[in-house]
Design a protein around this ligand. Structure first.
Ligand code: NAD
Length: 474
């Protein structure tokens, strides 16, 4: 693959035969390949001990493709200052379903000093309070069969059990997903699951395993056939594992005193004691606005992020939502200028070179709405700040569900069945329809669902979205 590439495509300048495994990554989707793998590729030029073993728990498509390409894939950035580069950081890739003992061996190997995850929000099997959901089918399974896990949390517990049994130190375990306080959530989930079968193991994990918080940021759309075809013309070869992202990339990691975190700092990650502040700003500003844009943009008939943000009315409402309802509730964060950050986010959304589908951002919305927007809503209500734009965005999500139910289309969402039933029952009456959704405790905390100010803002917002669907601007 490498020899035939055009000269302008950068490629690993290190000897891949000398790489040693140091990281196990669970969930090698587009984001991992576009973000973390690029940081590690940089690190490997100086230190060969951090090669990635990529393990998929669900679909084997990506790992099969990566294996067929010896782990190599192309990363193309889009927009001003773009470049194309072959990433060599993934040394091995396989599916845990195909090779469960290989997965356990990799997770339990003393050489594995860092385990990272990008498994999407739902992969953590958390309940509405952010705790491991002991009634989740995968967790029920893993409690009964800790030796043959299904969930990512179960795999982590099984790998850590191996380390404890062998008397080797645990790896650092790092969530790179968009979860509030991702390190603490992951730690609590792993300890809670371990406690169900082995309290000694749970205590050992609590005492010895570090779960640094992280904030990851780089807009990475799914690699669609149009991108892969265009890249094939550019490279003269087909790369089905190729990914694209914007040029901007950021990885902020809690500055815990351990070898993997120091190594990631050398690779370009920002190490800080205030990851929570950075992560909350990103979750509420970038992710919150992204979701709001997706639901409202789809109501207006747009397909892509850059089109939706360029709609004068919608672009102005998203900017107001950030400026009036999100930024005022954020505590100061060292090294972050909130206004400049917000402007930067809006400019990044408008990058026409990134073909990011609104429908993709709308996947798993029932999981995203609570973490991206409802926390801000709750804070604003308590502080007497407005929730007009935030409630309209939540109402746009409800209408997104109602339209799917009417059209008979599927939803990519763990609550699909419940949502479609609710959507089918909706009649177009703002108060009645929003009340149906507010009954879903998995999405709306009961206290918030009962709040009269939120309920009336939601009804008004719902009416606005009905107008948008008819091509009118409220
Ligand atoms: P993707 O669909 O390409 O990959 C998702 C990965 O998660 C796949 O490897 C899949 O097998 C795995 N997965 C899904 N459900 C799982 C489950 N229940 N248990 C275990 N693994 C599971 O998506 P992506 O673009 O790689 O995004 C993944 C995550 O990365 C996001 O959910 C988000 O938390 C984070 N992220 C993405 C972006 C972005 O722009 N794409 C930006 C910042 C952060």
């Amino acid at each position: 693959m490498l020899h035939a590439l055009p000269a302008q495509v950068a490629r690993p300048a290190y000897d891949r035969t000398q790489l040693q495994p140091g990281i196990v990554h669970i969930g090698p989707g587009a984001f991992h390949r576009a973000h973390q793998a690029a940081f590690i590729d940089t690190l490997l030029h100086d230190d060969p001990r951090w090669a990635i073993t990529a393990i998929a728990l669900r679909s084997r498509d990506t790992t099969d493709t990566l294996r067929a390409q010896d782990g190599l894939f192309t990363l193309k950035t889009l927009g001003p200052g773009s470049w194309t580069r072959v990433i060599g950081a993934i040394r091995d890739a396989f599916s845990a379903q195909d090779d469960p003992s290989g997965a356990l061996t990799a997770l339990g190997a003393p050489a594995t000093r860092l385990i990272t995850l990008t498994i999407t929000e739902k992969g953590y099997c958390l309940d509405g309070n952010g705790q491991l959901d002991l009634s989740h089918p995968d967790i029920v399974h893993d409690i009964a069969r800790p030796d043959a896990p299904r969930s990512a949390i179960g795999w982590l517990v099984a790998g850590l059990a191996r380390r404890k049994a062998a008397g080797t130190p645990p790896p650092v375990v790092m969530s790179c997903d968009n979860l509030t306080d991702n390190g603490s959530r992951l730690r609590e989930a792993v300890v809670r699951l371990a406690r169900q079968s082995d309290t000694g193991l749970a205590g050992w994990i609590e005492r010895h395993t570090l779960f640094p918080r992280t904030m990851v940021d780089s807009i990475t759309p799914a690699s669609d056939p149009a991108f892969l075809d265009a890249l094939e013309s550019e490279l003269g070869t087909r790369d089905d594992a190729a990914v694209c992202r914007e040029v901007f990339t950021s990885w902020v990691i809690e500055n815990l005193d351990c070898e993997p975190v120091a190594a990631l700092g050398r690779a370009g990650a920002v190490l800080t004691s205030d990851v929570r502040g950075h992560a909350l700003a990103k979750l509420r500003v970038l992710n919150g606005a992204h979701s709001a844009l997706a639901w409202m943009g789809l109501a207006l008939g747009y397909q892509r992020v850059s089109e939706a943000i360029s709609d004068d009315w919608l672009g102005a409402r998203i900017a107001e939502m950030i400026g009036q309802e999100i930024l005022p509730g954020l505590a100061p964060v060292q090294g972050l200028d909130p206004d400049a950050y917000a402007q930067g986010v809006l400019a990044r959304f408008a990058n026409p070179a990134i073909s990011h589908k609104l429908s993709q951002i709308a996947w798993d919305s029932s999981q995203k709405l609570p973490v991206r927007l409802l926390g801000t809503v709750a804070d604003n209500l308590q502080a007497g700040r407005p929730v007009v734009h935030l409630a309209r965005a939540a109402a746009a999500w409800m209408r997104f569900v109602v339209r799917a139910a009417r059209e008979g289309s599927a939803l990519t969402d763990p609550l699909q069945e419940t949502l479609l039933v609710a959507g089918r029952d909706c009649t177009g009456d703002p108060a009645g329809d929003t009340a149906r959704f507010l009954e879903m405790e998995q999405v709306f905390p009961p206290g918030l669902a009962r709040n009269p100010d939120f309920r009336s803002a939601l009804s008004r917002g719902y009416g606005d979205i009905l107008k948008l669907e008819r091509g009118l601007r409220p």
